[in-house]
Design a protein around this ligand. Structure first.
Ligand code: DPP
Ligand code: ZN
Length: 887
């Protein structure tokens, strides 16, 4: 198979004006007939009309209404080429496909007895021969024939007709008025029921909203419906963008590779991203569901109305839509403190997941330059770093300027397929700025480092700030150039208050947070009227996706953690302080021998003091305190270390948590008491914040083996009126290896057995199990669970919940010195690759950063990768990941 390069892009020689599809749905042998009107372009290079195919067979081909003759077409590799299309021509093709055996879940497949499609990125060619590329936009009309008991027959656009056929089967006819690329085509047929609501849009029109589920999931869609309405309102208010269809549908399915898909007018969702009530969803799930519903809805403009010219432009719709989703979520949260929590979480996610990608073998710019398998490029770089790049436009131009630019972009490119450069041009022209340097964010990979140094001149009362940027260079590519980096800063005086900022040469101060445009390798700014010893607050709100290297003393960090007016940077300061404390602890531990009182190292008193102060600070919301004080994830700690040593990180994490739980016992217990949320469960940010802080405190107490806390955790599970409390009790018991852990797991297994979403959470809990001498190894336990009645071996959610969660947990139970964990990884990648290469490729990525691990582990990881690579039958998806990792 071959590598696709961005620079090889060539526009298609033919357009497809319209396509009429007829589906005769039969599980093992579905017939699809397409009639398309093909229009050659005036500036075409060839009369050959090129269609793609993947795993379909053709029963006939008609050209211009006549049966085709052998010389009129040819099959070349994965293409069907129809010659001599030099004038508008009707082409009719019939295919046969087998939805029942389609376990890749790409194209048309079956979920139990229901039919579902997934066409992004290249699934449509698994249904029909077609110019399956995003820059071919056609109008679709779809006829569905299905057995009688299939109540819901859905496709994109408007329902024109439905009824019974002469043979007793049902049919429906759908018409989508908006031209769209084939990746946005969707069809759903099956036994589904809908919750529906009619709303009035800002432009006065009415729209019917429907959320379809299997009957067993009826009653779990209220929250999703409310989220959808909120998203519609937000896009109306913030950007003046209206829903453009009479009908907007969401369908939930248990069998889905991704989170959700934005098919025009017919979004298809993984049920875990849409179904919710207090029994099956946690506070986090509620928040995520609101975000994903909004994300897919926002794609209606940024993705569907304006789509991507080619898949290298994926971030054009994804980075932009993640940014829109983040802004929406922040606006729904309202208070500055809640917004800060969301921002802190998003940045942590970026650091834990995107930074390692950008530092590893899969590093790519947000607009990649080449790929072998596009499905491998739905990455945190394209999505989350892409969103940070979009955020920088708003940081540069302000909210109004950003809105102007976005609307200009939509006006210019509505109904077409655009590029990242088109977006940039619309932004710069509508704001009267030159962004040519900014374009480098689209072409340079790697996380930029910005080193910060500053000098206060007590006599001159000036602060000189110098920034230096360095960007990762890649062998065989041009040396990286300096980027335009917006750096938002503030300066605190010794009273902890922000100083009014006045740059040398300015007549007056102008605000307490300023965004510096840092566009050279090295640059210096001088601030005046700095009367007391200043402390710099750098990168406020995380103004750019970079690493700020700055040397703070512990005292300075503690000061910032108490005083910074920027709530994001306040958290950053405490985060830096925690990581410094952990590093120090590791150093101390490494000085000890294996049997030398390894747990007699104290946690610094100064750290505990700051910790307790924050815990007691009633001016901060519980959610914010919880976010600051929760102990960092092992992967987050690992990412910040040069060499990754999972067993060491575990030892240190457990010891520190235990010490915090012991030393701050009284305060922690007091907070557990105060953070009670009596009454009915409400998933709102205030109650959720209280629960979060209560769970953080119980966690530390549990690590200290506090008997009262253990009783409380047990009671929390048993008496909770919501899943958030129950799941927290389980997680803490498992992580802290409490004696009640197995009892709670057993209770949950019985209580949850009829609900797949809950059983998936139950499976995931096992990835947090700790070694213990008596039991089987955790690897064996995880392996045994693949035979559990609730584990469906072909279902992506099960694979993610059990295997992926375990591999990604990053703990020493997976990274075992005897390599058993890697053995399970090898077997899982190879067996999954037999039926679902996309999911297998995600599993495969877990070991790609093997070079960063301690040598005894990295040697075994390398061997495991080599072993997988020695298999001749690997899918191109997995092959690409493994070869990138190895070479
Ligand atoms: N389903 C994916 C998303 O919405 C791909 N478009 O981001
Ligand atoms: Zn998306």
């Amino acid at each position: 198979e071959s590598i696709v390069h961005c620079e090889d892009y060539a526009a298609p020689d033919h357009n497809v004006e319209s396509i009429h599809l007829t589906f005769d749905l039969v599980p093992n042998q579905t017939t699809v007939t397409a009639r398309m009107i093909v229009i050659p372009k005036d500036d075409r290079k060839s009369d050959d009309f090129v269609l793609y195919r993947d795993d379909v067979s053709m029963t006939y081909l008609k050209i211009g209404g006549k049966d085709s003759l052998p010389g009129q077409y040819a099959f070349v590799a994965d293409k069907l080429i129809i010659h001599d299309i030099s004038e508008p021509t009707e082409i009719e093709i019939q295919t046969r496909i087998n939805p029942r055996t389609n376990l890749q879940l790409s194209g048309l497949y079956m979920s139990r007895n229901n039919y579902i499609t997934q066409c992004e990125a290249e699934g449509f060619r698994r249904i029909m021969y077609f110019p399956d590329r995003p820059d071919v936009l056609a109008k679709y009309r779809v006829v569905i024939h299905a057995p009688k008991d299939y109540k819901a027959l859905l496709s994109n656009g408007n329902l024109m007709e439905q009824g019974e056929l002469l043979d007793g089967r049902n049919y429906a006819i759908w018409d989508d008025p908006f031209p769209k690329p084939s990746y946005l085509f969707a069809l759903v047929a099956g036994n589904f029921v809908a919750q529906e609501e009619t709303i009035k849009l800002a432009n006065g029109k009415e729209a019917l909203l429907q959320i379809w589920t299997e009957p067993s999931n009826q009653g779990k869609t209220d929250f999703a419906m409310q989220s959808l309405i909120k998203a519609i309102r937000w896009d109306e208010e913030r950007f003046g963008l209206n829903l453009d269809l009479d009908r907007f549908m969401i369908v939930a399915t248990d069998d889905f590779n991704m989170g959700a898909m934005e098919n025009k007018g017919l979004n298809i969702f993984n049920s875990k991203c849409v179904l919710a009530d207090s029994r099956i969803a946690t506070d986090e799930d509620f928040a995520r569901i609101e975000s994903v519903i909004a994300h897919e809805y926002f794609h209606n403009w940024t993705g569907d109305r304006v789509t991507c010219r080619d898949w290298f432009q994926l971030s054009l719709k994804e980075g932009l839509t993640v940014f829109r989703e983040q802004e929406f979520a922040a606006d729904m949260l309202g208070t500055p403190s809640a917004r800060a929590v969301k921002r802190i979480q998003d940045v942590r996610y970026l650091r834990t997941n995107q930074f390692p990608e950008d530092a590893g073998p899969m590093a790519h710019p947000i607009r990649p330059e080449s790929y072998r398998q596009i499905d491998n490029f739905y990455t945190t770089t394209v999505y989350e770093k892409g969103a940070e790049v979009v955020r920088m436009y708003q940081t540069l131009f302000g909210k109004e300027g950003f809105r102007r630019g976005l609307l200009e972009y939509i006006n210019r490119f509505d109904g077409t397929a655009a590029t990242c450069s088109d977006f940039l041009t619309a932004m710069e022209e509508s704001n009267g700025e030159d962004l040519s340097q900014f374009e480098l964010w689209y072409s340079q990979a790697g996380t930029p480092r910005v080193s910060v140094s500053s000098k206060w001149d007590e006599n001159e009362k000036t602060l000189t700030l110098t920034l230096h940027q360095s960007n990762r260079s890649f062998p065989g590519r041009a040396a990286p150039k300096p980027l335009l980096i917006p750096v938002s800063i503030g300066i605190l005086g010794d009273d902890g208050k922000d100083i009014e900022l006045q740059l040398q040469g300015e007549d007056n101060p102008d605000g307490t947070t300023r965004t510096l445009l840092f566009d050279q390798q090295e640059q210096t700014w001088v601030f005046e009227n700095i009367n007391s010893r200043p402390i710099l607050s750098i990168g406020r709100g995380y103004s750019a996706p970079v690493i700020f290297d700055i040397e703070y003393t512990k005292d300075q960090l503690a000061f910032l953690a108490r005083n910074d007016s920027d709530l994001f940077n306040r958290a950053e300061a405490f985060d830096r302080l925690t990581l410094l404390m952990i590093d120090q602890y590791i150093l101390d531990l490494q000085k000890k021998g294996p049997n030398q009182g390894r747990d007699h190292i104290p946690v610094s008193e100064a750290y505990l003091f700051t910790f307790e102060d924050i815990l007691n600070d009633e001016s901060l919301s519980p959610a914010y305190r919880a976010e600051l004080l929760k102990f960092p994830d092992e992967n987050y700690i690992a990412e910040h270390r040069i060499l990754i040593e999972p067993a060491l990180v575990r030892e240190v994490s457990d010891q520190i948590r235990k010490k915090i739980g012991t030393r701050l016992r009284a305060t922690l217990e007091d907070k557990v008491q105060k953070m009670a949320t009596p009454g009915a469960y409400r998933p709102n940010p205030i109650d959720a914040g209280k629960r979060a802080l209560k769970h953080v405190c119980l966690g530390y107490l549990a690590f200290a083996d506090n008997p009262k806390a253990i009783q409380q955790i047990r009671a929390l599970y048993k008496t909770a009126n919501n899943l958030t409390d129950q799941l927290a009790a389980l997680k803490i018991s498992v992580e802290a290896s409490l004696p009640i852990a197995q009892e709670l797991l057993n209770m949950a297994e019985i209580e949850w057995q009829r609900e797949p979403l809950l059983m998936n959470k139950w499976l995931t809990l096992h990835s947090r199990l700790r070694h213990s001498r008596e039991q089987r190894t955790v690897v064996e336990k995880i392996h045994a669970l693949t035979l559990h009645g609730s584990y469906q071996p072909k279902n992506p959610n099960c694979i993610y919940s059990l295997l992926y969660a375990f591999f990604r947990s990053g703990g020493p139970e997976f990274h075992r010195p005897d390599g058993m964990g890697y053995q399970l990884w090898v077997n899982s990648v190879l067996s999954t690759d037999q039926f679902n290469p996309q999911v297998a490729a995600r599993l495969a990525r877990v070991l790609e950063n093997w070079r960063r691990y301690e040598p005894s582990l990295s040697r075994m990881m390398y061997k495991a990768l080599r072993f997988v690579n020695s298999h001749r039958e690997l899918s191109p998806d997995v092959r690409e990941i493994i070869e990138n990792a190895l070479y």
